[in-house]
Design a protein around this ligand. Structure first.
Ligand SMILES: [Fe+2]
Length: 213
């Protein structure tokens, strides 16, 4: 019955791409404790219900009196010259994308097509993981680590500050790791490296593969 999951995933991605003001916070696609013990229930609850909700609320507030921007999609708002709009649009989109790619620990595995692409771009999956971990760890302050596809179809790893999104620079996001402290501090405290290493356990690789162009 894999096609049901595939269809739902494409539908969700489509909805992220086309929604406009006023924005609503979508529920998590699984229970708050579904990622235990890698990401604990309390972190997920605060991260989704407080932080993600705040990006939605702050974006709606900023757009309430800016009619021309109300018809723009989130990805169009990434290019806004107003920091409050750009930052909160990124916060809404990035978290929608992040929740969707996660799953119960230990059940995800890299499919054949994605494996081929990873090996083509990084030679080995181990090398990709090494670069991804170093990039996520190397992001100074708050931000995100990303696996992206460039315009030539080659996979790359990069990081962005704050709520910036690689689409602004023409990359297609495939996998994101939130390295803001709010994503891990309750459980991992100052040990971002432990969070980044554990993160591999909760990736839904089928979702990542579906994002390939
Ligand atoms: Fe976050």
């Amino acid at each position: 019955m894999a096609w049901i999951g595939d269809t739902r995933s494409r539908h969700l991605l489509y909805l992220i791409m086309i929604k406009t003001y006023p924005y609503l916070l979508d529920p998590l696609p699984y229970a708050y404790d579904a990622l235990e013990p890698v990401i604990d229930k309390e972190t997920m609850t605060i991260h989704h219900d407080k932080h993600h909700q705040a990006y939605v609320d702050n974006l709606n507030k900023a757009l309430a009196e800016n009619e021309p921007l109300q018809v723009k999609t989130l990805t169009e708002l990434f290019f806004s010259e107003l920091p409050v709009v750009k930052n909160n649009a990124g916060g809404v989109w990035n978290h929608d994308f992040f929740w969707e790619e996660l799953t119960t620990p230990g059940i995800g595995h890299i499919g054949e097509s994605l494996m081929k692409e990873l090996e083509k771009s990084f030679e080995t999956v181990d090398e990709f993981m090494k670069i991804f971990e170093a990039t996520a760890l190397g992001r100074f302050g708050s931000g995100w680590g990303w696996l992206v596809q460039n315009k030539d179809g080659v996979l790359e790893v990069l990081s962005t500050a704050n709520q910036d999104n690689p689409m602004v620079d023409g990359f297609k996001p495939l996998l994101a790791i939130d390295v803001w402290e709010h994503a891990y501090y309750l459980k991992y405290k100052n040990k971002r490296a432990d969070y980044v290493k554990a993160f591999w356990e909760v990736i839904n690789w089928d979702k990542v593969e579906q994002r390939l162009g």
